[in-house]
Design a protein around this ligand. Structure first.
Ligand code: USQ
Length: 367
């Protein structure tokens, strides 16, 4: 087992004026904790997969059966800052994936590529959303085709372009891949971590890298209002971090056939943003925090009230057991964040959004 990372996430988050709420140890200490807990050496190299030779050497050296690709810039707001950030997002995300596809073709053509995509590829169409493909009849003829993608940011667009590239590579070269359309992830813990604090993962709360529930918990933890954007009736698929890892494991245990490109929609349940804000408020109240919920002028251009009904049966058929108890999960996040309150307070400016989809930089007002 081996991993590669270039630590860019730390730089991106610092660039938007923030830091992880959870303190992260140096990689050497985390690898040591991994070895102690799991009895296995995880080999790690610092490297950038936008460099083809780095990717090729890695595959040649390790000859992997499976490759889990999480090495992309994941923030919609970051990609919308200006031309440089949009171009950087596309270069980083598309080049890394293309390098991997070519290196797989030439070095490990039988490996399974597990690629992190996003539910945001589909956007919010006014019809049900299938898992990747749908049957369509047009002018008397039928076919099974990719479901239309209507993403809401240049970041989400990179995932759409990746999907097209991966599907093409599977068709052309017989590669096998699972493209995971993952919903919004929240949470700080997975079961395998046990109580070993050295294994904790980062939790971002800033306007660009913090996702909705994590941000709401960070706001509640330091006594700031919880901020649904606009009407707050936006609906998205959400899943706790622990479910995300469970789903990756299931997908890896049942790889696709040669040449197969399969798509899994991965989320526990769909939730309305303002209902999640209320849930966080309720759990925070129980912990004696008493935060308010205050809607903010929406810095994004998105539908604030819409139909959203995506399928998500393929992972359930493989044995996915969802953590339905979202409030318990929120409580665990709040408790972790209360312990690290001073780290959030030190960067609280980064909570209020000013990256706007129209390109201007202005802090949103409360509504
Ligand atoms: N939102 C608020 N208040 C906030 C933060 C967000 O109302 O303080 C709203 C947004 O306007 C949006 C929704 O919550 O309607 C989700 O926003 P988000 O920032 O939690 O998630 P998003 O930008 O969609 O991106 C995140 C991850 C991304 C992943 C995606 C999955 O950053 O990497 O691909 O979730 S999905 O949303 O299903 O596309």
């Amino acid at each position: 087992m081996s991993g590669i990372d270039n630590y860019s996430r730390r730089d991106w988050v610092a660039e938007v004026g923030s830091q992880s709420a959870m303190p992260i140890l140096r990689m050497t200490e985390r690898l040591e904790a991994f070895r102690e807990n799991f009895g296995a050496n995880l080999q790690f190299q610092r490297g950038n997969i936008t460099d083809y030779d780095t990717v090729a050497n890695m595959l040649r050296h390790h000859q992997p059966d499976a490759i889990v690709h999480l090495a992309e810039m994941p923030s919609a707001p970051y990609s919308m800052i200006d031309a440089q950030h949009a171009v950087y997002t596309h270069q980083n995300n598309l080049m890394g994936t293309l390098n991997l596809l070519f290196a797989m073709r030439d070095i490990t053509p039988d490996a399974h590529l597990l690629k992190l995509g996003t539910m945001g590829e589909y956007g919010t169409p006014n019809v049900d959303i299938p898992e990747g493909f749908f049957e369509i009849e047009f002018r008397g003829r039928k076919d099974t085709l990719p479901f239309p993608r209507q993403p809401g940011s240049f970041y989400h667009l990179t995932k759409v372009h990746d999907s097209a590239n991966i599907m093409f590579a599977c068709r052309m070269w017989g590669l096998r891949s699972t493209d995971i359309m993952q919903g919004v992830v929240f949470g700080t813990r997975i079961d395998a971590m046990g109580d070993d604090e050295r294994l904790v993962t980062r939790l971002d709360f800033d306007q660009a890298f913090g996702t909705a529930i994590n941000r709401f918990c960070a706001q509640a933890a330091i006594g700031l209002p919880i901020t649904p954007y606009g009407k707050g009736a936006q609906t998205r698929g959400f899943l706790p971090l622990r479910d995300s890892i469970q789903c990756f494991t299931l997908a890896l245990e049942t790889p696709p056939e040669e040449g197969e490109y399969r798509v899994f929609n991965q989320f526990e349940e769909t939730y309305v943003i303002s209902e999640l804000a209320e849930m966080v408020r309720e759990v925070a109240d129980r912990l004696g925090l008493n935060p308010e919920v205050r809607h903010l002028e929406n810095p994004r251009k998105e539908m604030e009230e819409h139909y959203f009904n995506p399928d998500h049966s393929k992972l359930l058929e493989l044995g996915y057991e969802p953590t339905h108890d979202i409030k318990t999960e929120i409580e665990a996040v709040l408790k972790d964040l209360i312990k690290n309150k001073s780290r959030i307070e030190a960067r609280s400016e980064s909570l209020l959004p000013d990256i706007r989809w129209d390109g201007t930089r202005r802090k949103s007002d409360y509504r």
